[in-house]
Design a protein around this ligand. Structure first.
Ligand SMILES: [Zn+2]
Length: 146
């Protein structure tokens, strides 16, 4: 028997199995209100060196998509990081062992990132973007399940 979560995960794999799709979504949500350079406040940008990063056209400071998000310095592929976030937020009581089994990555790796996601989720200051990401993932998945 497939559970609701299994079905969602299958759809997740169809839609977000590649890291670029995840980065693209993160970029869209991160700069939903437009780009503002953290260094000089300028709002014009051009493409940066890494995928979906943005570079201030005035002071040339580049900001990656993951900078200042829970996905920064993440050692695992973005699609896996997204999947962990998705699992943790859709099944709050999930164990790190189950995550490890589902995404086929080392237990400690999953444990560490799960902790990071939980801290972020429970922080009233930093949880906004994560919440947006999860909402968007759920919306996309729900739409294709119907
Ligand atoms: Zn700037």
């Amino acid at each position: 028997m497939k559970t609701d979560l299994d079905k969602k995960i299958l759809t997740f794999h169809h839609k977000f199995s590649d890291d670029k799709a995840c980065l693209k979504l993160l970029a869209e949500l991160k700069w939903e209100q437009g780009f503002v350079c953290r260094k000089c406040g300028h709002t014009n940008y051009c493409k940066g060196k890494t995928p979906y990063s943005r570079r201030c056209t005035r002071c040339k400071t580049e900001e990656s998509v993951t900078a200042h998000t829970v996905f920064h310095h993440c050692k695992i592929p973005m699609s896996k990081a997204f999947e962990i976030a998705f699992l943790v937020c859709n099944k709050p009581d999930i164990s790190s062992y189950e995550i490890s089994k589902r995404i086929e990555m080392r237990h400690m790796t999953c444990y560490d990132f799960q902790k990071k996601i939980i801290n972020c989720r429970d922080s009233s200051v930093n949880n906004k973007l994560l919440k947006k990401v999860i909402d968007q993932l759920n919306k996309t998945i729900k739409a294709s399940l119907n």
